[in-house]
Design a protein around this ligand. Sequence first.
Ligand SMILES: NC(=O)c1ccc[n+]([C@@H]2O[C@H](COP(=O)([O-])OP(=O)(O)OC[C@H]3O[C@@H](n4cnc5c(N)ncnc54)[C@H](OP(=O)(O)O)[C@@H]3O)[C@@H](O)[C@H]2O)c1
Length: 322
Amino acid sequence: MSDLSLTPDDRVLVLGATGFIGSRLIRELAKKNIKMRLLVRSASKASALVPENSDTEIIEGDILRNENLGKALKGIHSSYYLVHSMGGKLLSQQSDFASKDKQAAGNFVSASDSSGLKRVIYLGGLGETGDNLSEHLRSRMDVAKILSEGKARETFLRAAVIIGAGGVSYEMLRYLVERLPVMICPGWIDTKIQPIAVRDVLAYLVGCLLDPGTAGRTFDIGGPDILTYRKMMSQYAEARGIAKRLIIAVPLLTPKLSSYWVDLVTPVPAGIAHPLIEGLKNEVVCRDNSIEEFIPIQKTSFYEAVKIAINEEKTASGVTGF
Ligand SMILES: NC(=O)c1ccc[n+]([C@@H]2O[C@H](COP(=O)([O-])OP(=O)(O)OC[C@H]3O[C@@H](n4cnc5c(N)ncnc54)[C@H](OP(=O)(O)O)[C@@H]3O)[C@@H](O)[C@H]2O)c1
């Protein structure tokens, strides 16, 4: 057994455990009796999310401010990296998210290099690597690069929009479709995208931890459907059982204007909406499907993923959200 293999005595650190993905991931890890430690900014927020009877330690700290990272990494075998720095109610509050992302990743690498961490599993964004990449997607790539330069072997999973209740991109789609029978959208409405169900993302995240052969690899992960945002909106309306939406593409609508408009119509603040909307110009389709050789799963269709998300809203089983 290589030292990259997780044993039952090993503990796994989850960064971002209070977020959309992290809060669901800790439930999946608990089902597998994996010992966990969470580094969170609010212990009370995290305590409410920790599954009962799991062996989970909570440490309060902040990655960006380098607070308690060393303590959190002590004795840890593998870590999930599920954090980003986008946020803020106003556009002006999100302008430096890319430098914060770099700073946080750099802090993590310095601390993990001295702790003897073996593996880091990072979930970032899917997209081409050219110059046209949005600042958000560029920042996600920069974080992957910084993490790969540490001593711990990185597994980088690249995903487009993740479909699940409480996911910020999904909630933007949901509120736009539900609240606007007629939509005036920028040119990105016809960009190709390969969304993925949150349950498939979780299967890949857990699968990568349990398969040391995935260490040091980058994988594109996506669902079975390649759609456009226009198709996603019409399939969403169908799954939700609401009337067909009229979508009019207006190429001159800028990302900045769209994000204020998303701010008006949806609960997603402009500080998060803007970088995401800017990224909608980038085609986000899997170019490499080698993950299937390591973790073969029955992929969930977009339509089914939406149905599951709608059901989660009714039962409130989506852990965090709007
Ligand atoms: N959602 C999607 O559709 C999607 C799609 C593709 C890729 N991804 C990737 O998936 C990963 C997780 O995204 P998500 O949607 O779960 O994000 P999220 O819901 O916004 O959660 C972000 C998490 O990061 C934590 N965090 C942020 N800054 C921190 C800091 N300085 N110190 C400690 N914790 C900090 C937040 O803690 P607080 O609770 O304290 O704020 C929260 O737990 C990201 O890398 C993202 O790029 C997401």
